[in-house]
Design a protein around this ligand. Structure first.
Ligand code: GAP
Length: 443
């Protein structure tokens, strides 16, 4: 299948099954912003929950939820006011604005020239000189809109962690090495939003900053690189669709950096970055705030500004990778079966329950099963249409288990559990169902 077709099919499934909707769709949509529908929000929460559990259920990492709006000096200290820019050019003819360094990938904004590459317009001298455009969204705090009230929507969650370094260290009596983890929204006024959730203007990050002794930076960089790559494998991502690339062009704060990349239908793209940020951020906040952000090692009597190894994952971009990775089309009995093979831990719905027919007390038994399960896991009841169609609908939602109540249930209390990927069914006693599912889903 052509990769564009595959991409379009997945985007269409996302809307049809309630994963992702265009933001403000009834008004024509808002570019670069998306809404998570009933299944999308469950998938997103499950991914964030898996990350949070794996990163914070350890003694050396603490959680944090810092505010999105921060003191404007934070962004001067971090270098974002000065450096978080993209060079841009405007077309004098069609008035469209492009990133100067990706004209090859952009199309001319003039509808009359549909499909024409922007690079051609550039070669014909239609563009202005490149100017730097800051990617931070600006707004004002309080009623007066002047330069003294400017604040920014954070472009990364990391800075909220750095400015709380001492608060967390002291309140939790943490010793280096230790980390601070945070999940939250970030905003970037991207010039070219593209590829669905890949580059949006509002997105979520799952970031962890690990504070270390500078002498150990290489060891911890390697450690986190491996941990984070394996995290995606743990939740079912295909290894042959992942790779690590080393940055040659480094961000203003980094000594070394790698990307964990996923092969999307449109090509390879970063889903997470691991960065050795050195003491850049803590040192700069020390300089700008006058507050010492350093560490005293009681054992060695050493005093230093810690280095930071950062793991920075996109929750929304990761969601798209998990979604695309899970998508399969298979032929079953000469019919096409579309199935999302999510790992049970991140699947939005864990089990669906069907009465085989809508009579003979089967709906009542199925409803009782739902009542029992829903206290523990997200379940779905469906009694409409042929059983095969109900299975197919759940396959498209990525539901790992379907439970059917049939005439044998009424006789001997057994039900069938159908496993999504193998489509095999086993018959078990309904009283054991919750324990069996718990074991399969392992939550
Ligand atoms: N704190 C470091 C930092 O923000 P980054 O490489 O700019 O580093 C980290 O971003 C992750 O955030 C990326 O790997 C990606 O998953 C996600 N991300 C960045 N910009 C994004 C955007 N415009 N839309 C969606 N996700 C984005």
């Amino acid at each position: 299948m052509k990769t564009k077709d595959l991409f379009d099919k997945i985007v269409s499934l996302c809307k049809r099954r309630g994963f992702i909707f265009q933001s403000s769709e009834i008004y024509g949509g808002l570019n670069g912003c998306y809404d998570y529908g009933p299944l999308g929000v469950e998938l997103l929460r499950n991914i964030k929950e898996a990350w949070w559990r794996d990163l914070t259920l350890r003694e050396d990492i603490e959680g944090l939820d810092s505010s999105i709006l921060m003191h404007p000096r934070v962004w001067e200290a971090s270098g974002h006011v000065e450096n978080f820019t993209d060079p841009m050019v405007d077309c004098k003819e069609c008035k469209a604005r492009f990133k100067a360094d990706s004209l090859e990938d952009s199309e001319c904004g003039n509808k009359a020239y549909k499909g024409r590459k922007a690079i051609k317009c550039f070669q014909e001298g239609k563009f202005t000189e490149a100017r730097n455009f800051n990617l931070m969204f600006k707004t004002f705090i309080g009623p007066v809109e002047d330069s003294s009230s400017v604040v920014y929507l954070r472009p990364e969650t990391a800075q909220g962690i750095y400015v709380n370094f001492t608060n967390v260290k002291d309140s939790m009596r943490q010793k280096i090495p230790f980390g601070i983890a945070q999940i939250g929204k970030a905003f970037r006024n991207e010039i070219n939003t593209k590829n669905f959730l890949f580059r949006t203007r509002e997105f979520e990050q799952m970031e962890m900053q690990y504070f270390i002794n500078p002498a150990e930076d290489e060891k911890w960089f390697e450690y986190w690189k491996e941990q984070r790559f394996n995290w995606y494998l743990k939740y079912g991502m295909r290894k042959d669709k992942m790779r690590i690339t080393v940055h040659e062009k480094l961000a203003h704060y980094a000594k070394s950096a790698i990307d964990i990349e996923y092969e999307f239908p449109f090509g390879w793209g970063e889903i997470e970055g691991i960065h050795n940020r050195t003491d850049f951020d803590l040192r700069r906040h020390f300089e700008f705030s006058g507050k010492k952000l350093e560490y005293f090692d009681e054992a060695t009597k050493e005093r230093y500004i810690p280095y930071v190894i950062e793991t920075s994952a996109g929750a929304s971009r990761g969601l798209m990778a998990f979604l695309m990775d899970a998508y399969y089309e298979e032929e079953v009995n000469n019919e096409l079966r579309v199935v999302l093979k999510f790992h049970p831990a991140i699947a939005p719905i864990k089990a669906a329950v069907f009465p085989l027919v809508n009579r003979d007390n089967m709906p009542e038994v199925a409803r009782n099963i739902i009542e029992d399960l829903k206290k523990h896991i997200r379940v779905f009841y469906d009694d409409s249409g042929a059983i095969g169609r109900r299975y197919r609908r759940q396959d498209e939602c990525g539901t790992p288990y379907c439970i059917t109540v049939d005439s044998d249930t009424l006789k001997d209390g057994t039900i069938t559990i159908r496993e999504r990927d193998s489509m095999l069914q086993e018959r078990v006693n309904k009283d054991n169902l919750l324990n069996i599912l718990k074991e399969k889903i392992s939550f």
